[in-house]
Write a protein that binds this ligand. Structure first.
Ligand SMILES: Cc1cc2nc3c(=O)[nH]c(=O)nc-3n(C[C@H](O)[C@H](O)[C@H](O)COP(=O)(O)OP(=O)(O)OC[C@H]3O[C@@H](n4cnc5c(N)ncnc54)[C@H](O)[C@@H]3O)c2cc1C
Length: 322
């Protein structure tokens, strides 16, 4: 739900690599077009040069938790610049984050971009199906269609008139291309796939490591306790007004980009901090966190033990350029 875009400079590099239309300036127009940013009358954002209104994806500032406000003071003291908005002309610093939320609920990609297309005659969504390859004419190298296995196990295909957009994610997009004959020839030959185009598909995969080991407990009195009575109050507030703790993201509230001393000639930030505040007794967030990040069961149990004694802050450094 956290609303991020690639850092300025990433897209320009894509454009420089020969991808027409992908420069920072060009993609910015599409980010703005897709966004319905809640300005809320505050000046603490990058403004209309960087944010758009009226688009399908709802974006708003996350509630600033007391603990996050204290952390912001600490970050300033440590010399980090308060950017107010992680999206904007300068991305070296920290900001309270924005998220894709509307009226107290997640605005998922499906809610934003699919819900409004119901009933369109030129859109057909096939669920529970797996693409097995893009059909390409070997002679002309033109894309002719897409082959997939549908929910009933049958192999089907659709013809295309104009284009195929491959959007199967960072791992499966290269896989689909390779299954279609586009990839490193030696690898395709090993797998018995006829090569249509010998390309280094999949060789540019970068992992952006996230380290979850910096955990700090707050030894002052709790900011808010997730006791049963608080949970009931929060539930009442959420159900009646769609506001309060349940109407916001339960955790990550500050993001910070910074530049390490590696590759000084590259001005883009290469590291990121995600700062997560979990309130005392909020064991449900620990459960969610343990599951989402694939932590060991014992780690979850230890975290729950720690969280019973007070609020906890995670500072998660992440490599954003490799
Ligand atoms: C735990 C976690 C938290 C994250 N939090 C945030 C966040 O807060 N903010 C943020 O901006 N980003 C976040 N990200 C990153 C973000 O989720 C990804 O960058 C984004 O989802 C990539 O979108 P995509 O459409 O390229 O691919 P995906 O979202 O991976 O979509 C690819 C889709 O293709 C389908 N697919 C794959 N192969 C096939 C096939 N052969 N046939 C048919 N369908 C196929 C997959 O099932 C999937 O639905 C997070 C990622 C993780 C893992």
């Amino acid at each position: 739900m956290l609303y991020f875009r690639g850092v300025t400079g990433d897209f320009d590099n894509w454009a420089k690599a020969g991808n027409e239309g992908w420069s920072d300036k060009e993609v910015l127009e599409f980010f703005k077009k897709s966004e319905d940013f809640k300005f809320e009358g505050d000046e603490e954002n990058a403004g209309p040069d960087y944010h758009g209104t009226g688009g399908p994806l709802k974006v708003q500032r996350l509630q600033k938790l007391d603990l996050a406000l204290k952390l912001a003071e600490a970050l300033k003291e440590a010399g980090y610049k308060d950017l107010n908005d992680i999206i904007g002309p300068d991305q070296h610093g920290f900001a309270h984050l924005h998220a894709t939320i509307t009226n107290g609920s997640r605005c998922s990609s499906a809610t934003a971009f699919l819900a409004g297309t119901r009933g369109r005659k030129n859109l057909h969504v096939v669920k529970n199906s797996q693409v097995t390859k893009i059909i390409i004419d070997h002679q002309s190298k033109e894309v002719k269609g897409v082959e997939f296995v549908s929910a009933d196990g049958r192999i089907r295909s659709v013809k295309v008139r104009k284009e195929v957009i491959v959007s199967a994610g960072a791992i499966n997009s290269p896989q689909v291309l390779m299954l279609s004959g586009i990839g490193p020839q030696h690898h395709l030959t090993d797998l018995g796939i006829e090569t249509i185009k010998d390309l280094k598909v999949g060789e540019n995969l970068h992992d952006h490591f996230l380290f979850l080991g910096f955990i700090y407990t707050v030894n002052k009195s709790h900011t808010i306790q997730a006791t049963l009575s608080h949970i009931l109050d929060d539930s009442y507030e959420y159900l009646t007004r769609r506001t309060g703790r349940f109407a916001t993201h339960n955790g990550f509230s500050i993001g910070a980009y910074f530049k390490t001393k590696l590759e000084p000639e590259d001005s883009r930030p290469d590291m990121m901090f995600l700062i997560l505040c979990i309130l005392a007794n909020d064991t449900s967030t620990v459960d969610l966190f343990t599951a989402r990040f694939g932590l060991e069961h014992e780690t979850g149990v230890s975290l729950k033990q720690i969280i019973r004694d007070g609020d906890v802050i995670f500072i998660a450094p992440m490599v954003s350029q490799t």
